[in-house]
Design a protein around this ligand. Structure first.
Ligand SMILES: Cc1cc2nc3c(=O)[nH]c(=O)nc-3n(C[C@H](O)[C@H](O)[C@H](O)COP(=O)(O)O)c2cc1C
Length: 253
């Protein structure tokens, strides 16, 4: 029996509660002191699952989350976060990592999902995960693809719109960190929606953090941030929120 075309797939948009969402966003603050009270495992897992639903470039999911549960590792991780109270008082510490070395494997895995799907996906989609991702995100074993892209992209760009990167390792880092940071925001908002609070931390020793979670000195694993979570206590919010005027940031052109 032939599979139905995925073009027939329809997912209606369910009703949502904008005010409830606004309340989650508006009540999120960076919390630097947490109650000595654990977050139930199922809440943490639900929030992590919601993090994985963030949009991700080419759906390549070049991210990872390490929930540190071992008490000894947690202590070392809090120290690696410069012993900030946001880390030392938190019942949960989660290390968000962007990976430069998983996208190829993920591209193959997605291809397999497409092949096994109950839906018939277009050939172009399969070609995308077989070939296009390799060109778009690959730099070449010896950097040869990077060199080619650096020459060819600006030239082609003179005549037609073309994605400008990633053409270098630095651009690939930006690429992976972008999607990973979106997943971090999902996680942060999920915790707030569940009645808990967080602090995103880049005030940490990345080399130590990587060793603690078992990533050693893998240069292709970038710690996007460490996220602490728990229940806020009085004194946990360091003052009223400060934001500069919106005119500075929101432009209509
Ligand atoms: C990527 C990132 C890294 C951060 N690192 C730290 C940190 O190491 N320590 C800390 O206390 N707050 C940290 N913060 C929190 C910011 O200081 C905070 O978001 C900002 O002051 C605005 O306050 P609000 O989150 O309460 O709105 C970080 C936030 C982000 C997004």
């Amino acid at each position: 029996m032939s599979k139905p075309s995925v073009k027939q797939y329809y997912e209606p948009a369910p009703d949502t509660d904008f005010e409830a969402f606004a309340a989650v966003v508006e009540s999120r603050r960076s919390i630097r002191r947490f109650a000595d009270e654990p977050i139930p495992d199922e809440v943490v897992h639900r929030c992590l699952d919601l993090a994985l639903l963030a949009p991700t470039s080419s759906n390549l999911q070049a991210w990872e989350f390490y929930r540190v549960v071992d008490p000894e590792k947690k202590k070392r991780l809090a120290e690696a976060c410069l012993s900030q109270p946001a880390a030392t008082t938190a019942p949960e510490l989660i290390v968000a990592v962007a990976r430069l070395d998983t996208w190829e494997e993920h591209s193959d895995a997605i291809l397999e999902v497409l092949e096994r799907s109950e839906w018939a996906w277009p050939k172009s989609m399969k070609l995308y995960y077989k070939v296009v991702t390799r060109v778009a995100y690959g730099l070449g074993r010896f950097g040869e693809l990077s060199l080619f892209k650096r020459a060819a992209i600006p030239l082609t760009g003179l005549f037609r719109p073309i994605p400008r990167g990633p053409k270098s390792r630095a651009e690939l880092v930006t690429w992976a960190v972008k999607s990973s940071a979106l997943a971090c925001e999902n996680l942060i908002l999920a915790f707030r929606a569940a009645g808990y609070d967080t602090c995103a931390m880049e005030g940490m020793d990345e080399a130590r953090v990587k060793r603690i979670v078992g990533l050693g000195d893998n240069p292709d694993a970038i710690v996007t941030m460490v996220i602490s979570a728990g229940k806020r206590v009085p004194g946990g919010v360091y003052g009223p929120r400060i934001r500069l005027p919106r005119e500075r940031f929101i432009h209509e052109v």
